[in-house]
Design a protein around this ligand. Sequence first.
Ligand code: PGA
Length: 239
Amino acid sequence: MIIGNWKMNTARADAIALAEAVVGIAHQPATRVGICPPALWIDPIAHVLESSSILLGAQDCIGDQFGAQTGCINADMAHDAGCSMAILGHSERRARFGETSESLLPAVAAVLETGMFPVFCVGETREERESGRALDVVAQQLKPLLKAGLDVSGIVIAYEPVWAIGSGLSATRADIEEMHATVRDVVGRADALVLYGGSVSPDSADEVFSAEGVSGALVGGASLKADKFAAIVAAWERK
Ligand code: PGA
């Protein structure tokens, strides 16, 4: 599974042009390819993707029912607009809006309830890695999902070391393997889908995908250029 997270990028016309280019990316049926545009462009892009195999996702949503929540979109709205997934708990949202795994539980449950799948992000900071706490930090980020009794079989987990996001530095193959094994251990599922995210590019993709236990990638910067995104999909398929 290769998912593009466009973050707060693209004007409307650029978003539509990029989505059209992504529709043209050749991929095997076994590879799920998806894009998560800014919320305002979900609806026009749903039309672009209509008869394609590209999945559409939201970058965030909340778990509340319809109601007085200024500025928010809920899981039902994302689903209604044509999304089949929602990224939840991205480190940028954890850092800026104080989201925590606990506060995200209603959103995870609501996303699952609609039939969409959450792409639940976890990852340690540079300081946490350097002090030897990376595995524990990520385990603590996952445990609330289990404690809440959520169906983890429907949740895609994205391991995104915070220091690797947008920095041009990817985690090493050994660190990715160790973390992905830990994630599967903590959730108690050998078959869990665990993506890697953090500076995945056409240059780093082969190395990242050579790590055992990687189920694909969550791609930020490189997903904004269709040729780079296509090269990452191609790297996944030749692995
Ligand atoms: P990046 O972002 O590929 O630009 O590092 C990844 C992400 O934040 O999902």
